[in-house]
Design a binder for this molecule. Structure first.
Ligand SMILES: NC(=O)C1=CN([C@@H]2O[C@H](COP(=O)(O)OP(=O)(O)OC[C@H]3O[C@@H](n4cnc5c(N)ncnc54)[C@H](OP(=O)(O)O)[C@@H]3O)[C@@H](O)[C@H]2O)C=CC1
Ligand SMILES: O=C([O-])CC(=O)C(=O)O
Length: 263
């Protein structure tokens, strides 16, 4: 049986746990001090609920971050430096160049690897392959309901209560988007890392009062040809900012960890 460590235990982690392959067992959950009692009450005694990686005894086969960018910042270096592989869903944390350098250095020290998960979008495989032949442009457009943008910097850019028409409230680079919208634009960073990089990938963020899905569109062109990928994702019931597919991409990483044929 392989052993899993989860960093963070919010809406996404609960969805992951509900769909985890039977060959993987959850042994450790890393949480904030303020959430320790809440999470402790949700999990069986066989799962250690800790606030620091140093409190963990044993060695996980896989560490999955579902904690948001602050979780990557707080624990990523520690995990990688110990030689444990880390899969992150909050890929936007890598838009912080200083943190990205520290993660690279820790992975080199620990001879470990950081895996950026595909998250809420499809097409990361094709985009990463296309990059090998040279890309000319990549544009990512995210379109979500007012409820999905609540609690984000969008509230300072547009009135989410009264908006009546679809509206683009942000245009910028993937780095700017991932840093300004840490719970909503991780996908921008993932697309950038697979493709043209954080500063050359263009991003548009839209609010649309007429939709209830989280919509993602990737347009890319280069020597490979052209791609237009569009995806309408169902938000998680417990967190409308997060698409169900993002949680399922974490489940996919679990499946890959225990499968002899990896797809
Ligand atoms: N790549 C992608 O496609 C997507 C990525 N995401 C990323 O996934 C993250 C999680 O999503 P979701 O579960 O819906 O969000 P939630 O807000 O429901 O849960 C996040 C959890 O992480 C915990 N947390 C925060 N900081 C730390 C830390 N330093 N150490 C351990 N745990 C911590 C929070 O605890 P507390 O409540 O105590 O703060 C909370 O329980 C998002 O914030 C986003 O970064 C989301 C959607 C798509
Ligand atoms: O789930 C989504 O639609 C995307 C998201 O929040 C993110 O990229 O952080």
């Amino acid at each position: 049986m392989k052993q899993l460590m989860l960093i963070g235990f919010g809406a996404m982690a609960e969805e992951v746990l509900a769909h985890m392959p039977a060959e993987l067992v959850l042994r450790w959950v890393v949480v904030t001090e303020r959430s320790r009692n809440r999470v402790r009450a949700l999990l069986p005694p066989s799962v250690a609920v800790v606030t620091r990686i140093a409190e963990c005894t044993g060695k996980p086969d896989l560490v999955l971050e579902c904690a948001g960018q602050p979780g990557v910042r707080a624990h990523g270096v520690d995990v990688l430096a110990r030689g444990w592989d880390l899969a992150v869903i909050s890929v936007g944390a890598l838009a912080d160049a200083e943190l990205a350098d520290r993660l690279h250095a820790a992975a080199a020290t620990g001879r470990s690897r950081l895996h950026a998960l595909s998250g809420a979008v499809a097409g990361i495989d094709g985009l990463a392959a296309a990059r090998e032949g040279g890309l000319d442009e990549v544009l990512y457009t995210s379109r979500k309901s007012p409820a999905s943008w609540r609690g984000s910097a969008a509230e300072q850019m547009v009135c989410l209560d009264t908006i009546a028409e679809p509206y683009v409230f942000f245009r910028g680079s993937a780095r700017e988007a991932a840093l300004a919208f840490p719970a909503n634009a991780n996908v921008a960073a993932t697309i950038a890392l697979a493709g043209l990089g954080l500063d050359k990938t263009r991003v548009q963020l839209m609010v649309d009062p007429g939709i209830s899905t989280n919509q993602h569109r990737i347009h890319a062109s280069g020597r490979f040809g052209e791609m237009n990928i569009e995806l309408c994702g169902m938000p998680l019931e417990r967190n409308p900012k997060t698409s169900t597919l993002a949680a399922l991409s974490v489940v996919r990483a679990c499946r890959q960890a225990v499968s002899s044929v990896v797809i």
